[in-house]
Design a protein around this ligand. Structure first.
Ligand code: ASP
Length: 319
């Protein structure tokens, strides 16, 4: 088996066996919280470098890093030399040469990490890049889904909303079919990908009730205005969206479909769901957050242990 990658940019970077090993290690960390000793100079140093806002991802990584006993550095990209025109590669190499072992990177720009696939300047975990992917969110979502049903084969999840701008969905579309989960994408046409880009196991519908009735789980997305190329969906559509695609507890009761509701957060009450639903026991957003720490601990631990000697290479040479 290939060793764990030094750059986790996409779900495609992981084999199914590696994903299963991550799930097992995540379960271990969920039930056994390590108690790190006092700091010492041998501990790995891990940095978060977030060029875009975050509440959940950054803090759960920060907690995961410290629970593993690593030294945590919050690299403030806004006040760094990236703002003085330094390239991303130079910045990563600088961190590496200062002794940082791994960097968790988030950016509003898609696909910035792809160029480092062959020779990563430092070990990197993608914490969400533009509209491209958010692999660690998808992995913790899978972990949470498996808490409901050990066997996902033959089950269906409907993902609602702003699909084309959702990096989480792009990772879920790659991850969930590995575990036999069928996917329905539901929302207004302008949020749906082109049919040609969707595999035959993924259905698309504009009909909310059809999607709900065919599903075992619902996954709701925020309308991600900051990722739209223009503000064409701002204000104009949020009321209509709530009316046509928002999920309400009373409506689920009416359909007799009281099924688990997932959301990667941040959730916008009154748009993709209502207040009653987020306060109900169907809502899994906080379980996802709870599971984010052990899953991210498992990812960090697996990457740190891969023994890759080809990190930090400059122009084909290691200095
Ligand atoms: N937190 C998720 C992300 O970073 C979802 C969202 O922003 O709506 O992509």
């Amino acid at each position: 088996m290939n060793s764990f990658p030094s750059l986790l940019e996409s779900i495609d970077d992981l084999s199914k066996i590696q994903i299963e090993e991550l799930l097992t290690l995540s379960t271990h960390f969920l039930h056994n919280k390590p108690t790190p000793g006092p700091p010492n100079y041998l501990q790995p140093v891990i940095a978060t470098s977030f060029l875009e806002n975050s509440t959940r991802t950054k803090h759960s990584f920060a907690i995961a890093i410290q629970r593993l006993g690593s030294i945590y550095i919050d690299f403030n990209a806004e006040t760094s030399s990236l703002k003085k025109g330094e390239s991303l590669e130079e910045t990563f190499l600088t961190l590496y040469n200062q002794g940082v072992d791994l960097c968790i990177f988030r950016s509003s720009v898609s696909n910035q990490l792809a160029k480092f696939k062959k020779s990563p300047p430092i070990k990197i975990i993608n914490g969400g890049d533009g509209t491209n992917e958010h692999p660690t969110q998808a992995l913790l979502d899978l972990f949470t889904l498996l808490e409901f049903s050990k066997e996902l084969h033959g089950k269906t999840i409907a993902i609602f909303g702003d699909i084309i701008h959702s990096r989480v969905t792009h990772s879920l579309l790659k991850l969930l079919p590995h575990f036999g989960l069928k996917i329905i994408l539901c929302g207004p046409k302008y949020f749906m990908p082109e049919f040609s880009t969707i595999s035959k196991d993924i259905k698309v519908t504009q009909n909310r009730d059809e999607a709900i009735m065919a599903s075992d789980f619902l996954y709701l997305l925020r309308i991600q205005q900051e990722r739209h190329s223009e503000n064409q969906f701002q204000n104009t559509h949020s009321n209509d969206y709530h009316h046509d695609y928002g999920i309400k507890l009373s409506h689920l009761k009416h359909l007799n479909k009281l099924i688990p509701i997932f959301h990667p957060g941040p959730a916008n009450i009154g748009i993709e769901l209502d207040h009653e639903l987020i306060k109900s026991s169907l809502y899994q957003g906080y379980n996802q957050v709870k599971n984010s720490v052990p899953v991210r601990m498992a990812i960090i631990k697996s990457m740190l242990s891969n023994n890759d000697k080809n990190i930090g290479i400059i122009n084909g040479e290691k200095f």
